[in-house]
Design a protein around this ligand. Structure first.
Ligand code: AMP
Length: 142
């Protein structure tokens, strides 16, 4: 299964914020869209990723003042990205090894989607279900 198949189902909307967006405004976006991370972009170019975990760490370090700080202060600039033609399994492995739950998808340097660990698990389960159904049909001669 390829990342492109996940994007076909979930679409290519990516919630992005500018680096100068305050952490309070980021929280509004995360809550409004019911998501755990946002891409940080300037003129459609990805420059970072910021997740709820960055906010938790920042709050612990800086206290409530963090809410008026820009997301650039807490984002991860070295973003691991993937391509539409990458295998879902490979992307899932990187997420597990490096302990992050979101991977932006780029085509020719442009953001075309974002895949979460939930999307990866859902896709893997679907493949396993299909394999199981095929084996059952084979065993029962269907
Ligand atoms: P997450 O598990 O996605 O909430 O993120 C956990 C930590 O990894 C946070 O510090 C994020 O900024 C960072 N992170 C999330 N996604 C990525 C990614 N694709 N590449 C690099 N760092 C990431």
């Amino acid at each position: 299964m390829l990342i492109a198949a996940i994007l076909r189902t979930k679409g290519s909307e990516v919630v992005s914020v500018a680096p100068e967006t305050t952490v309070a405004a980021l929280l509004t976006e995360l809550s409004r869209h019911n998501i755990g991370a946002a891409a940080v972009a300037v003129d459609d170019t990805l420059i970072g990723i910021v997740s709820e975990r960055d906010v938790v760490r920042g709050l612990e370090r800086r206290g409530p003042d963090l809410l008026t700080a820009p997301v650039a202060d807490i984002m991860t600039a070295n973003v691991h990205t993937c391509a539409t033609e990458d295998a879902v399994e490979a992307v899932g492995e990187v997420m597990t090894l490096r302990r992050f739950r979101h991977v932006p998808v780029l085509t020719d340097g442009r953001l075309v989607g974002i895949v979460s660990i939930g999307d990866v698990v859902k896709s893997r389960l679907r493949v396993l279900e299909e394999d199981r159904a095929q084996l059952e049909a084979y065993i029962h001669g269907g």
